[in-house]
Design a protein around this ligand. Sequence first.
Ligand code: PRP
Length: 196
Amino acid sequence: MELKDLKKEYEEINVIGEIVFSSSQIQGKIRELGEQITNDYKDRDLLVISILRGGIFFLTDLVRSINAPLSIDFMGISTYGISDTSGGVVRITKDLEEVIENKHVLVTEDIIDTGLTISYLLRNLKARYPKSIEVCALLDRNIRRMADVNIKYKGFDIGEKYIVGYGLDYKQKFRNLDSIYELKIDAVKKDIESIR
Ligand code: PRP
């Protein structure tokens, strides 16, 4: 769905600013990532994992651009206290259906910010003895990074921007926009801890 099609009376529409990445830029980048992943995994069985909820948009487009045998699975997490400088707590609310021992695993994320979520997940998943494990993220915002993360397949760097659309939400809304938009910081200042 495009921003211009959103009803003007939609209460929160005034928080949305300039377009940052258009739908065609996003899809173009995903095709590039898909080609790289296809080359790297063409002779291997791949399990692609997505983190609920926002990451599912990226997952479904990415796997359709990968020309290799693969399956998909999902993890749900909650991130209470993630904004604390003390570290944050990540809790698994939905675990994988698949056993990953001896499998080639690719963990996908829509955005990596502090890096705490993905670091926790990688530690957790590595303890299950996958044959290999790599990270693919559409967006990298590393100015708040608190944990080292090796993002093997990366879409875009986004600097300091707070953004919405293509899976990213503002108060759980706007995930269904095809493009990514900047959030007007003045309009959302009071919510800044709860947005990406
Ligand atoms: C986002 C994103 C990552 C996490 C990254 O999810 O999908 O999982 O934040 O942040 P970090 O690097 O600072 O740990 P979010 O918690 O917003 O949940 P959602 O996908 O349900 O919106």
